[in-house]
Write a protein that binds this ligand. Structure first.
Ligand code: ATP
Ligand code: MG
Length: 435
């Protein structure tokens, strides 16, 4: 099969790290090629180079038989390369159709009717049902994903890159997503698929390339794919399955939720939820997204007000407590969306470590914030949780997605919380770190 993309000796040097180190990579026409590697291995950077978002420090790119140099993303789109990034690139307060129109060049004016018609045809063909006239902030994560896919298909891209598309999807949505991938492949698209889930690699890929510390370790053919082997290539050792840590559960009730109701825009989102969490217990909550998990978590964390019902924490009624009050009780919250609620990307890690705790001892002393202490604590957290790619002064936005997530988890756990509310804490985190 012919190679539709060839990367030769791609190197990308950032001030603090070499994100890509002399990488050779080939994408064959019509294949689904997975790329795996630990957090910070260089996957997203390589894809940003292939789409013209970053310029390589060294190396050559060939697309459809021609050597190319990208000056911007438009150059790569013109060659039919489309990417769905690890973090959605949608504008929240515009509607779906407005987002779809962004960046489509059409001379003096943009023909909404034409774009809408084409979008409808594509969404029909690939079963990508999305409410075109709703605002992005009103639709589910799965829908946002479908908008991103539609965006690249609208531009007639036939080289499609998906950077960790399944990290935000529920298992049922993953099945649907794979159907779309297979359909795209049948229609002749060539696909690069990045994931941390080796089962997904086994299920969908024709070949798989493994990166580690910015270097390519190797490419496996379909008949060579083996979960243990891939894991070993990625991490350099065997990975154990995550097991229930066991431990003793005590009788003391830490959290009690009683008949909690939440109504928004006349829709009853939580319909009388009650449960208890005892000391030493891990209570799992599962369900398809959009069934009230987010609201439940945010009410307990003090970010929303319940319509009715009560919440007790170690016997005290904390219903409708302000966030500051909740925090003062050593309740930690790992938010669902690290970018929206967890981090300020252009703040250095140490300031991100301080977030929400700026009012509390030991960070706040009588004279103000104890920066020396903050610096030391941040450094310990980075070391203990193996957050890679920066130090206390690195802006959070420079870390790879999985390392950002590890940092948020580190911050919340370092506070030795009495109660931890963890919403999708392993989102985008590699198998070694999950362990
Ligand atoms: N804009 C940037 N400035 C400085 N360093 C960066 C930048 N983008 C990425 N890096 C660094 O490059 C390295 C590779 O990051 P990259 O995002 O490519 O990793 P990744 O393999 O996609 O990881 P993940 O699985 O966590 O998404 C990391 O060490 C990261 O900190
Ligand atoms: Mg990445």
């Amino acid at each position: 099969m012919e190679n539709i993309v060839i990367l030769k000796g791609i190197t990308k040097i950032f001030p603090q790290v070499t994100a890509n180190d002399n990488i050779d990579f080939e994408l064959r026409k019509g294949e689904i090629h997975s790329i795996v590697g630990e957090n910070g291995a260089g996957k997203s950077t390589l894809m940003k180079i292939l789409t013209g978002l970053y310029r390589p420090s060294k190396g050559e790119i060939f697309v459809k038989g021609r050597k190319v140099k990208f000056h911007s993303c438009f150059d790569s789109i013109k060659l039919g390369i489309g990417i769905v990034h690890q973090h959605f690139m949608l504008i929240d307060n515009l509607t779906v159709i407005e987002n779809l129109m962004l960046g489509i060049e059409g001379g003096f004016f943009i023909d909404e009717r034409r774009i809408r018609k084409k979008a409808e045809e594509i969404s029909e063909k690939y079963n990508l049902k999305i409410p075109f006239d709703k605002k992005i902030e009103e639709i589910s994560t799965g829908d946002k994903q479908r908008v991103e896919i539609l965006k690249v298909l609208l531009r007639d891209c036939d080289i499609l890159i998906f950077d960790e598309p399944t990290q935000v999807l529920t298992p049922i949505e993953v099945v649907e997503f794979f159907k779309i991938l297979r359909r795209l492949k049948e229609d002749g698209s060539s696909i690069i698929f990045i994931t941390h889930k080796l089962k997904e690699v086994m299920e969908i890929s024709d070949r798989c390339t493994v990166l580690r510390d910015g270097k390519k370790i190797g490419t496996l053919n379909r008949d060579e794919l083996d979960e243990r082997l891939i894991a070993r290539m990625m991490v350099g050792r065997d990975i154990e399955e995550v097991k229930n840590p066991g431990g003793k559960i005590e009788e003391e009730v830490i959290l009690e939720v009683k008949d909690l109701r939440f109504v928004e825009d006349d829709i009853e989102i939580l319909k009388g939820i009650s449960f208890c969490v005892k000391k030493g217990e891990i209570l799992g909550i599962c369900g398809v997204e959009g069934n009230g998990q987010r609201e439940l978590v945010e009410i307990i964390a003090g970010l929303r007000k319940a319509t009715s019902g009560r919440i007790f924490y170690r016997g005290r009624d904390i219903t409708d407590f302000p966030v500051k009050g909740i925090l003062s009780y050593s309740i930690s919250h790992i938010p669902e969306d690290r970018l929206r609620r967890g981090l300020v990307l252009n703040f250095p890690l140490k300031e991100n470590f301080l977030l929400t705790y700026q009012h509390f001892y030991p960070f706040k002393r009588w004279y103000g914030i104890d920066y020396k202490f903050l610096q030391d604590e941040t450094k310990n957290a980075i070391d203990e949780f193996d957050v890679r790619g920066g130090d206390v002064d690195t802006p959070a936005g420079n870390l790879s997605g999985g390392n950002q997530q590890k940092f948020v988890v580190a911050r919340e756990l370092c506070r030795s919380p009495y109660l931890l509310i963890a919403h999708n804490p392993t989102r985008g985190v590699d198998i070694g770190s999950i362990e």
